[in-house]
Design a protein around this ligand. Sequence first.
Ligand SMILES: [Cu+2]
Length: 374
Amino acid sequence: MLIISTDGGTVQPQHTVDTLVSISGERYDFVLTANQPPGNYWVRVRGIGFCDPMRVEDFAILSYHTQETFPPASGLTVAQTLSYPQEPLPAYDDAYPEGVVFNHQTAPCYTPNDTYICAADLESYEVFRDNELIDAVPDHTFFLGFNVIQANNSLLFSKRGFSHFATVRDRFNTIGATNMISFVPPSFPLLIQPEQIVDESAQFCNVSHKPAHCTDDHLCFCTHRLKVQPNDVIEIVLYDTAQVLQKFYHPFHLHGHRFIVTDTGRFPSDILTDQITYLRNLQTVRRPNAHCPPYKDTMSIPNRGYVRVRFRADNPGFWLVHCHFEWHLANGMGLVLQIGEPAEMLKPPANFPRCGSYQPPIEEAGGEPVGAVP
Ligand SMILES: [Cu+2]
């Protein structure tokens, strides 16, 4: 597979791989050269990470056959015959050659002289590039630590803790957060109904502006928002706050823009808590050949590692920044990036449907509905 594009952005055709690891939300295009002897070849696709124990796998058959090499069944064409292959499916444990792996789960990507091929190694191959972005001084640098909080019963039965959590295994309940803020969705869509924001200060929070019920160090539930001006250069340093190394990583996804990846790596084993200080002092070293970092909109954060991305905030709006594991987003691992004021944003079409939180009328036993909320 010759990789030619990721997340819709073309890349130099430099890497031919046998196994491609694509995380939630990522996309890849590749060119496959059919240069093997005639025959049937299994294409195997399997889930990784959390799906490992479930042994999830699917198959396709890639057939190199012609009328001459593959006599069709009577009354059928070659294509029709191949639609019902006789081959038994390989068992899950049947070995297959991984060969050259792209985005290997445990690869120390982007370290000098390593032999792994990761998304950050790709070279952009786009005609219209924002070349100044690579070396521009960012207007904002945000450090975003992705947290997985194990929710114990005292948290779950507290006033806010029950609002969103996921039971991952038996009694293992998790709540997602970024910088210890678990995202509470607003009760209306910000992008299409911004006029419903009456008091920004009360509506939104961030690490330096938390609601009164939040105390330092503790998990805070509120509508996490970062606000920037249109055309600001934004650098986001995303890092995994996990203290134990595991085969697990958060796929970071940005709406409304695409970014360039300028650095990625893993924390040394002794960096367990003060990751931001480590990241601030880090001298970003781009590979000598990485003059054209790829444009992407989804990027995995290495386990106990970090990714540095940057983009120009040239699309005014309210955009979700989130982990692309859907259950992590649902239980709070996300935030909103607001670019510009609502007056600068594109308006929804006339008669665009409106929506908001629905609270059904509460019926008293045997009585009339009470407390109906418009
Ligand atoms: Cu996640």
